[in-house]
Design a protein. Structure first.
Length: 65
């Protein structure tokens, strides 16, 4: 049975550089759709997105919409 779609959205912005950090963090940013510093994307608030954010939370600013 399909899950209900939540109406919650997250606004995710990269606020710190990847220089000097693990290369896996860059792949996580790519998966989120973030291209460069200060780039902002809006994503649906689902557990998989929350997990990616949790891995690199020190590089991001996250706002709930």
């Amino acid at each position: 049975m399909p899950k209900k779609s939540s109406n919650k959205k997250l606004r995710i912005t990269q606020i710190k550089s990847l220089i000097g950090h693990n290369k896996k963090f860059g792949k996580t940013l790519d998966a989120l759709g973030i291209k460069k510093l200060n780039h902002m994307v809006e994503k649906e608030d689902i557990p998989s997105i929350r997990g990616m954010i949790r891995k690199i939370d020190f590089l991001l600013k996250v706002e709930e919409l």
